[in-house]
Design a binder for this molecule. Structure first.
Ligand code: FEO
Ligand code: CA
Ligand code: CA
Ligand code: CA
Length: 641
């Protein structure tokens, strides 16, 4: 493989790196093939024209569009291509915090040329902000934020080309990632981080974690440093977020595989070899992106082959107790977790929806064994329950298949550790990279961003359909109907019986993104709720506000050319689930992804994450680009969510 400039690569693109796109993509030819396919594709497109299809009665969204009064409080923002943030008329934005800003008064100052030294690098706000949630109690507001990954090239001396040259370098990189808990407050000068708040905390790649659930104590989780298999260090590649009704934070370990490597040739048993292959853990002697394994034996597979089995989970954090040990909940499965969206079943059981963000992987749902009782003991609610994987039928129905020992031929612990293999065993539906899932608080329904999949339906040199990591052909299917899907779509489901714990559901596509200016007809034009004014690609982050409006964030191609012409920089849009209408609300600086959204306790401020900006955002000419959280408010002080 040629030299890779990791600083130009989002960690979300890890799979693209491992499985490069075809060198020649004849986009028009692929469109032709897709259009000529009748059947379910015709049905999906009928959604865009307002026809009710698939017999579910769900697909009448756009016909309602013309009849309903608009619920949008703003005029659509035009696409932008510059190096800063834009919001609609009547709104303003301001920077709350940037990577490297102090959480404690003894933190080292950020050097605009070189960043932060290792000493004190765990006393500042982490890099590459992602999922976040705000918690409030008695007038105190805590913002809890993921730091997904780190740019070696701007954190280490330039001559090292992004690679650590010492154990000290590794610690610096480890300290900038993980999770930040910080108190925030609004004063006359706007929102500020409360430096030295007793709640401020950094959780990074060496923070002690407890492991619970069916895999805890299993041989595959035991290491020399932890012969019990119940205690690990660090949480990794913290992507999307979630929260529980009892006020804890959920951080989701996504591309954890990228932190491990080996310093010596390996001879692996079948279980480890298969596990590393399915999860994309490199077994080559190569420094990889981070080269942790060159200086920290914990990440060296030749010494600790079980360490990767201790990452890839949903981790629960109590934001109010800086002494509380975060808990890795193996019951919720091990995969490239995007986020964790909870719902409560009518009987009080907790339901958690989750996506596995890799091409051709699956969507999951977990249902707790016990019920949530407000004020009751919640310490083990996420420890025991039943994991399911989604199967979508072409007729607009679907089923959550239970991942049981009987149906998978795997033990409970094996299902928790090798969840992807369990999903394959029951023939789950391969998806176009499931990113965030969001649950509508005003209707019994869920949504998942299927961000893109350049290999869907594409063929290799031999003419065979390209496969996912399990070797399953990624043939087009009903919820993923486009070959070479560079735009993405959002799938919606409504559980039967208005019960999120139900095993069956109806589904439709809320939107297929597209470019109706470049592709005037056919599937790459997108559904009818996409027009020249609101085009975007690669939906990723997604959250509902309290009014039931859906906020959509993008992590896509922002070159504004060719198939992406007219879309501009990555952005945040708002969708009305009832009418299907979508409007652009915010644009990020060139090069950035917009990811992470939460609201202040009074809902008059929203916090929006700007990850991996290009140029010199937000400090201006000559400074390092810094990921940042911005605050957006209405000029009239009205609610924003
Ligand atoms: Fe880190 Fe799939 O987003
Ligand atoms: Ca990202
Ligand atoms: Ca994401
Ligand atoms: Ca993404």
């Amino acid at each position: 493989m040629d030299q890779i400039n990791y600083d130009e690569l989002s960690f979300d693109d890890e799979d693209e790196l491992k499985f490069p796109r075809d060198e020649v993509q004849d986009f028009d030819r692929v469109v032709e093939r897709a259009i000529s396919r009748r059947g379910f594709l015709g049905g999906v497109l009928a959604f865009g024209s307002g026809a009710a299809v698939m017999g579910t009665g769900l697909l009448n969204g756009t016909s309602a569009m013309a009849q309903q009064a608009s619920r949008f409080a703003f005029d659509q923002l035009a696409p932008q291509t510059d190096g800063t943030v834009h919001v609609p008329a009547g709104y303003t934005w301001d920077v709350l915090v940037r990577w490297g800003d102090a959480l404690f008064s003894d933190a080292p100052a950020f050097d605009p040329a070189t960043g932060i030294p290792t000493e004190g690098s765990d006393r500042v706000f982490g890099e590459n902000t992602d999922g976040m949630e705000l918690f409030h109690k008695g007038g105190t507001e805590l913002l809890v934020v993921n730091s997904e990954y780190v740019n070696g090239g701007i954190n280490l001396p330039a001559e090292q080309e992004g690679q650590p040259a010492s154990a000290d370098d590794v610690i610096r990189l480890q300290n900038f990632q993980g999770v930040t808990v910080m108190e925030v407050t609004e004063g006359d000068d706007g929102w500020q981080v409360v430096v030295d708040s007793p709640y401020n905390r950094r959780i990074h790649h060496r923070t002690p974690m407890a492991i619970d659930g069916p895999a805890a104590g299993h041989d595959l989780l035991k290491t020399a440093a932890d012969p019990t298999g119940t205690q690990s260090l660090g949480t990794f590649n913290n992507c999307g977020s979630g929260r529980t009704p009892w006020g804890t934070y959920l951080t989701c370990e996504e591309n954890f595989n990228g932190y491990f490597g080996t310093t010596a040739e390996l001879s692996l048993d079948e279980v480890h070899a298969n596990g590393f292959e399915r999860y994309g853990v490199s077994t080559e002697v190569d420094p990889g992106r981070y080269n942790y394994h060159g200086f920290d034996a914990r990440f060296d597979l030749s010494q600790n082959p079980n360490e990767p089995h201790r990452a890839g989970y949903v981790v629960e954090i109590d934001p109010w107790n800086t002494d509380a040990t975060p808990v890795k909940h193996t019951a919720l499965g091990r995969f490239k977790h995007e986020n964790a969206a909870y719902a409560l079943a009518p009987d009080g059981r907790v339901v958690v929806y989750m996506g596995d963000d890799e091409r051709g992987e699956y969507m999951y749902k977990w249902v707790s064994r016990d019920v949530y009782v407000p004020g009751g003991d919640t310490s083990t609610l996420l420890s025991e329950g039943q994991l399911h994987v989604a199967k979508f039928n072409d007729d607009g129905t679907g089923i959550w298949l239970a991942l049981t020992p009987e149906d998978t031929g795997m033990s409970e612990a094996e299902i928790a550790i090798f969840t992807r293999m369990a999903g394959t065993a029951v023939s789950a539906t391969t998806m176009d990279r499931p990113e965030w899932i969001a649950v509508n608080p005003t209707a019994i329904e869920g949504y998942c961003c299927l961000t893109n999949n350049s290999r869907r339906g594409a063929t290799d040199d031999t003419g065979a359909i390209r496969t996912n990591a399990a070797g399953e052909p990624m043939t087009v299917n009903a919820p993923n109907p486009r070959e070479v899907n560079n735009y993405g779509q959002i799938v919606r489901w409504r559980p039967h019986g208005d019960d999120h714990a139900a095993s069956t559901f109806d589904w439709d596509l809320y939107v297929m993104a597209g470019n109706p200016s470049v592709h005037t007809e056919g599937p790459y034009a997108g559904t009818a709720n996409i027009n020249a004014g609101n085009m975007f690609n690669s939906p990723d982050g997604m959250m509902f506000d309290t009014t039931g409006m859906m906020w959509i964030q993008t992590d896509g191609d922002d070159d504004n050319e060719g198939d992406f012409a007219g879309m501009g920089n990555n952005q945040m849009l708002v969708g009305d689930p009832v009418t299907g209408e979508i409007r652009r609300f915010l644009t990020g600086p060139k090069g950035s992804e917009v990811t992470g959204l939460t609201w202040s306790a009074d809902k008059r401020s929203m916090f929006v994450g700007i990850q991996h900006p290009g140029g010199s955002f937000p400090d201006g000419e000559g400074s390092l680009p810094r990921s940042a959280i911005v605050v957006v408010k209405r000029d009239d002080g009205a609610l924003v969510g």
